[in-house]
Design a binder for this molecule. Structure first.
Ligand code: ACO
Length: 323
């Protein structure tokens, strides 16, 4: 069977920067509270770009770096919880924007673990021989589902997109990947969609399509699964933490990352951190961090790296890659 390698990455964030002081004029909060409790200093908020627009821009960058013809792309997966529409999917809209006429396209809903889910599915599709390559995108315009009156959540999130181009290869790439879910704890992070209402049931008041979260419950879950996920993917690969040069975690809260570093008895420097600039961009966060780590020269050819995420669903997972 073929190996599956990451050929290139790309990312894009909207221009508009909203800092903590701006938010302290909207809800009862402060730069001090947000920085000390989360590590977030600012986030990007879309003015007029929807999820497919920023997904397309991140994808273009990955395609450019991979130096491939869009007609050679065989599969596009978009991980998102903030699609433009129920149908068409964001991946089909991106396909149309790119002119990638020969691709199959579908979206994945696994919240902040979305990119790990997308990469795992693409890995399996390429390994099976169904496709030779796959463009995996994580993209969110979370600002449209944020309740801007709720200080518990509105300070945490930002908008952004990232893309990873994967291809069959003779060289080792993805060494191990796993994804998991626990639907029983799904109520910890909720974004309602439409209720059943029609001419038979009668018409009901629609719930607001806004995010709500039990922050303490998610915090407990996240601190539990982040270190465990890293240990699991190491065990599956037969490697030790010392063999890993960089860990790219989902950027939700600096304290969750520090907790995982303590638990694994490694320096915080082993983790790539950019939460201060973007906040939690859900499915986009790991890919944005991965793209920046490549650009900054933090990842070199031959390095072993780990991507690790957790999020709504609840979902979690990790991928170990030889670059
Ligand atoms: N500004 C000021 N005070 C605030 C704010 C704010 N923005 N938000 C909450 N508070 C208050 C609370 O009301 C509470 O006040 P009280 O004690 O009078 O009730 C107090 O601060 C402490 O609240 P806690 O919830 O205990 O604060 P904590 O230190 O746990 O931090 C946080 C809250 C940041 C949300 C944390 O629990 C967290 O990071 N949880 C995980 C969130 C996450 O990772 N989500 C990712 C998944 S999202 C997805 O998949 C889309």
């Amino acid at each position: 069977m073929k190996e599956v390698k990451i050929i290139s990455t790309g990312s894009y964030v909207p221009e508009n920067i909203i800092d903590n002081n701006f938010l302290s004029n909207i809800v009862e909060t402060s730069d001090e509270w947000i920085t000390s409790r989360t590590g977030i200093k600012q986030r990007r908020i879309s003015k007029d770009e929807n999820t497919s627009d920023i997904a397309y821009k991140a994808a273009l960058k990955a395609i450019e770096k991979a130096n491939i013809d869009v007609l050679d792309i065989e599969n596009i997966i978009v991980a998102t919880i903030t699609p433009d529409s129920f149908s068409p999917s964001v991946s089909c809209i991106v396909q149309e924007k790119l002119g990638a006429k020969n691709a199959s396209c579908f979206d994945v809903n696994a919240a902040c673990t979305g990119l790990i889910y997308g990469i795992s599915i693409a890995w399996a599709l390429i390994k099976s021989g169904l496709y030779k390559n796959s463009l995996v995108i994580g993209a969110e315009v979370l600002s449209k589902i944020i309740d801007w009156k709720d200080r518990n959540t509105c300070v945490l999130f930002g908008d952004g997109a990232s893309a990873v181009f994967l291809s069959a290869s003779e060289q080792k790439g993805i060494i191990s990947t796993f994804i998991m879910s626990d639907g029983q704890k799904g109520n910890a992070i909720k974004i309602p969609a439409l209720p059943v209402e029609n001419i038979i049931t009668g018409f009901v008041e629609k719930p607001q399509c806004k995010i709500s979260m039990d922050g303490r419950e998610v915090y407990r879950f996240a601190t539990d699964v982040m270190a465990k996920s890293i240990e699991k993917v190491l065990e599956n690969s037969g490697l030790n933490i010392e063999d890993i040069s960089l860990i790219i975690p989902h950027q939700a809260n600096i304290r969750i990352i520090e907790y995982a570093a303590d638990k694994l008895k490694v320096s915080k420097d082993k983790f790539y951190i950019n939460i201060d600039k973007y906040g939690n961009t859900s499915a986009a966060s790991i890919g944005i961090a991965l793209d920046e780590a490549f650009d900054e020269g933090r990842i070199k050819s031959g390095d072993n790296i780990i991507l690790v995420g957790f999020g709504g669903g609840l979902t979690w997972g990790a991928t170990l890659i030889k670059v």
